[in-house]
Structure formats: C-alpha cells, structure tokens
Design a protein. Structure first.
Length: 132
C-alpha cells in the first residue's frame, strides 16, 4: 500500500505535475512526472531533496463505473508503492488511467507503468550541465 506521506492530495500539485511534468505514455496509462520547484514555507526555505515523493492518481469515468475505477486505482496504488523508492526526493508523479486499463491485469498494468515511468524519467532529466 502506498504510504500516506506519499499520497498527493492538493489540487495544485496535480495541476502542476500534469501541466509542467514530463509525460510518458503507454497503452493503458500515462505518467506525468515533475520536480517541485518552490518549497518555501512560512517558517523558511526547505531543501527540495527533503520533500517526499508524491504520487496522485486520475481514473476518469471513461475507464468504467465506480467499482471498475476503484479497482484500477487500487491496483495502480499498490504498483506505485513498490516503485516510489525509485523516484528522486521531491518528485511529483500523476498516473492517469486510460479506458483500456479497465480490462487489464495487474501484470499488464505493471508493464505499462514501468514503460511510462521510464519514458517520463528520461524526458524529465535536466539537460547536461544544467542544475537541478
């Protein structure tokens, strides 16, 4: 199960990851991956490398009814729990399910998730010589 500290809850985080994040797609899902750039707090500045990885899920009605959507979301949450350690501290990931995810097995979702994450990570790398 995905730890509570890694669950994305704020709408701003979802919007930021989807709009600014690197996109990696597969047949059954899309992953948007970004680093949080501003970590200023009322008590002072924080290092983005101290922030936990946040993961959010979007499973639209096009995937199916409520039971189907919740099943897909539970499977994706369990799969991401195993992969959260592979992401850099401070990264934000949004996993968006596509309609074919409804009929997919967990193994098929895992394969697509790995492929989409690899693509998004490759596109999210800073240019050589650039600072993170």
């Amino acid at each position: 199960m995905l730890p509570a500290r890694n669950r994305m809850r704020r709408s701003v985080d979802f919007t930021d990851a989807v709009r600014r994040g690197a996109r990696g797609g597969a047949r059954r899902l899309v992953v948007h991956l970004t680093r949080r750039t501003s970590t200023a707090t009322p008590t002072g500045d924080r290092d983005p490398d101290q922030d936990p990885v946040l993961v959010g899920f979007v499973v639209p009605r096009a995937v199916g009814g409520a039971v189907t959507r919740n099943t897909v979301k539970r499977r994706l949450r369990a799969l991401m729990a195993d992969r959260v350690g592979e992401l850099d501290p401070g990264q934000r990931a949004v996993v968006r399910a596509l309609p074919p995810a409804a009929g997919a097995t967990s193994a098929e979702l895992a394969k697509d998730l790995d492929a989409a994450l690899a693509t998004a990570r490759r596109r999210n790398r800073p240019a050589s010589g650039a600072r993170r």
